[in-house]
Ligand binder design. Structure first.
Ligand code: LRH
Ligand code: MN
Ligand code: MN
Length: 386
């Protein structure tokens, strides 16, 4: 296979998981601007996700968030997805929207509250059994707002105990993905604030526990690609929640704020063998002011473009320059790949997959946007920013 053929083959098999909540209405704590035609239930979210997959060819799974996507029969939801060429993907737990969780969920000082949180997490694994999902994604809003509010170390003990109970419930082919976030909603301590804390818990738990890197969850200036390289070396990178940010956890379209950072991250994924190591490439975004389906198509394309550039890095030339201490030469190899216009290449890849080379145009021409506005009245809110 020529090198270009190998790059094309990798791009054809790439899979980006889209989040059910990105299809629903969302906003900030100031205002949710409701859009016309948004899904009214999880089924309609899947119908929209099928559009993204139809026009990009690389978005075959959809992440669910429980209870936002609670349904009576998850088997039926999985079947509905399959009829549209999709599969249900990661199950995201939610231990942050119940009044009981004001002071935390599995890190709470009260064992009864911890039990409630754990029962929810175990229910999420039951749902995974029904949907055939591989991954349980855990993000905890747990933390404190004021020094002295609770014991930092005891909260870690409670966290470890709770995670272990959920870990033991996982099936042989299921994984637990632990997501960290520096701050928000807690503003003093967060119980899983960084990759090191997540890594330490996952290491103790075992092979089925891996770390999730949400690209919006770091302090400004953090070198995320270094974290990615390290986690891949340690075989602990479970997946990404991709989005982009200018300030905090902005959840904007991935690749919109800093396409160069996305390229650097995906280069480390490529360098570390992450495209074939079971790493989940998920979006975790909210489209507050832009049309949702085209924003998700654009996001998938942004991931594809950064991936194509990462795969085009001349690794041999780079290694030579690095060994020779050729600082500018090595940097130029990387920048050559980044500065390549990969859009024609991706157009070819799509045509070879039997797709329109222009997914945005194809979606626009499909008439789906008009159809859903006509058919759906009173769309739901993602649950976020309410
Ligand atoms: C937390 C987070 C986490 C949640 C999602 C809605 O900020 O990134 O992944 O599940 O947002
Ligand atoms: Mn996330
Ligand atoms: Mn987030």
């Amino acid at each position: 296979m020529t090198e270009l053929a190998a790059v094309k083959a990798a791009l054809k098999t790439q899979a980006v998981e889209t989040p059910s909540w990105a299809y629903g209405n969302s906003g900030t704590r100031f205002k949710v601007f409701a859009q016309q035609g948004v899904p009214r239930d999880p089924y309609e979210k899947l119908a929209d996700a099928a559009q993204v997959h139809e026009f990009t060819g690389v978005a075959p799974t959809v992440a669910l968030h429980i209870p936002w996507d609670k349904v009576e029969d998850y088997g039926a939801l999985a079947k509905y997805a399959e009829e549209r060429g999709l599969k249900l993907g990661t199950i995201n737990s939610n231990t942050f929207q119940d009044d009981a969780f004001k002071l935390g969920s599995i890190c709470h000082a009260d064992p009864a509250v911890r039990r409630k949180a754990l029962d929810h997490l175990l229910e999420c694994v039951d749902i995974m059994d029904a949907t055939g999902s591989r991954d349980l994604k855990l993000w905890f809003a747990d933390g404190t707002n004021y020094p002295g509010q609770d014991d930092i170390r005891e909260r870690q003990d409670r966290l470890a105990e709770g995670l272990a109970e959920v870990y033991d419930r996982l099936g042989d082919d299921q994984r637990m993905l632990l997501e960290y976030k520096l701050f928000e909603p807690a503003f003093y301590t967060t119980d899983v604030p960084d990759w090191g804390t997540a890594y330490a818990h996952c290491l103790k738990l075992g092979e089925k526990a891996q770390v999730v890197v949400d690209t919006g969850h770091h302090a400004p200036g953090t070198n995320i690609e270094f974290i990615v390289a390290t986690l891949l070396r340690e075989r602990k990178l479970g997946g990404f929640d991709f989005n982009s940010r200018f300030y905090a956890d902005d959840d904007l379209m991935v690749g919109a704020a800093d396409p160069f950072q996305l390229f650097r991250i995906l280069y480390e994924v490529s360098r570390g063998g992450g495209f074939t190591a079971g790493v989940a490439f998920m979006l975790d975004q909210c489209h507050n002011i832009e049309a949702k389906i085209p924003a998700i198509i654009r996001s998938v394309m942004n991931v594809q473009e950064a991936t194509a550039k990462a795969l085009l890095v001349d690794r041999e030339a780079l290694a030579v320059a690095q060994r020779e201490g050729d600082v500018l030469g090595a940097n130029a190899v990387l920048m050559d790949a980044y500065n390549t216009d990969v859009r024609p290449l991706l157009g070819e890849v799509r045509e070879e997959l039997g797709l329109d080379p222009d997914p945005m145009g194809a979606y626009r021409r499909s008439g789906w946007a008009e159809k859903i506005v006509e058919e759906r009245v009173g769309g739901t809110q993602a649950g976020w920013g309410a």
